[in-house]
Design a protein around this ligand. Sequence first.
Ligand SMILES: Cc1cc2nc3c(=O)[nH]c(=O)nc-3n(C[C@H](O)[C@H](O)[C@H](O)COP(=O)(O)OP(=O)(O)OC[C@H]3O[C@@H](n4cnc5c(N)ncnc54)[C@H](O)[C@@H]3O)c2cc1C
Length: 326
Amino acid sequence: MTPAEQPWLIVGQGLAGSCLAWEFWQRGVPFQILDRGNGGCSRIAAGLINPITGKNFEPSWRINDFHSHAIAFYENLEKILGTRLWHPLPVLRLATSAKEWEKISSKLHLSEISHWIEPADTPAPPGFHGAVQLSGGGRIDTANFINTTRNFFSDRSLYVTSTYAPDVPGKNRILCQGAEGLMLNQLGPHRCAKGEILTLRAPWPESHIRIGAGGWLVPIGNRHFRVGSTYEWNQLDELPTSAGSERILAIVAKLGGPDFEIIDHVAAIRPILRRSQPLIGKNMDDTWVFNALGSKGALYAPKMAFYLAEWIINGRRPDESLIISC
Ligand SMILES: Cc1cc2nc3c(=O)[nH]c(=O)nc-3n(C[C@H](O)[C@H](O)[C@H](O)COP(=O)(O)OP(=O)(O)OC[C@H]3O[C@@H](n4cnc5c(N)ncnc54)[C@H](O)[C@@H]3O)c2cc1C
């Protein structure tokens, strides 16, 4: 078998590796996935998709390019996998101060923002200075996506549980290792950030995702909610902490209420590099890389996987803003 005919080895089966595997599968390109089988942040992420984000209330980077592609990608896989992945829900963006509400209000007329605003069907809860309702939001059930994808490819002998050893010779490798890959520092200084999430049971309204007070509250059905999150740059491990829990409980007090039970507490590390934008490219040693999905992997992974597959298979190099300089 010549190197060109060797199946591609996709290292890592988080959102990046999974989306790329589906691109290869749908194009009939031979591949195998290798993953350690535990860890990684896709399995714990809230999977939130929110077009207008952050304290500055700005559109996510290239939202128009990535949003519709991502939704179509997950909806198509729902048919193949026979499971629900995309749970659309309106986003209620809440302002905790008069200054924040002034900033949000001043941007509502901008075309790139007004496009995502819809009439609010619920008032701002007590304690907030204003609320705006956004369309296009929802959550991807990332754990379900990862598990059903793994089962699908395992059943076809295209998935192996193992640890990748870079010193073993081989061709046609694509490294989708998330934070673990970035923390090797081969792509330059990283800005990976640990994050923690609580899962709660509570009698709160389940009609909207609530965003504000430095966090989010996402209904996941049956009176369960996920709440987060924290950013921690020094202690980069996957261990939940009491400090993290305290920070999230302060968000819960503002976005939810007093009456809840904690069901679960998880932590993982977001893969973040430089500009906090997803990147694809080729290393000096000819391995390909797909990483740096940051805090928005659910939104960015599908189209980035498409761009990478087009580049690898058809030689179509994407625009330079998507390319990692290794
Ligand atoms: C607390 C928290 C909340 C988040 N919430 C959201 C959200 O609401 N919305 C959103 O879009 N994103 C969210 N994210 C970000 C999202 O989780 C990431 O963008 C995305 O999951 C990254 O996917 P990935 O495939 O690059 O990495 P990972 O999911 O980390 O996958 C990498 C995989 O590679 C494997 N691996 C690494 N090295 C090796 C090796 N040597 N051998 C074998 N296997 C290996 C790992 O085991 C892992 O399975 C959140 C992240 C965190 C931490």
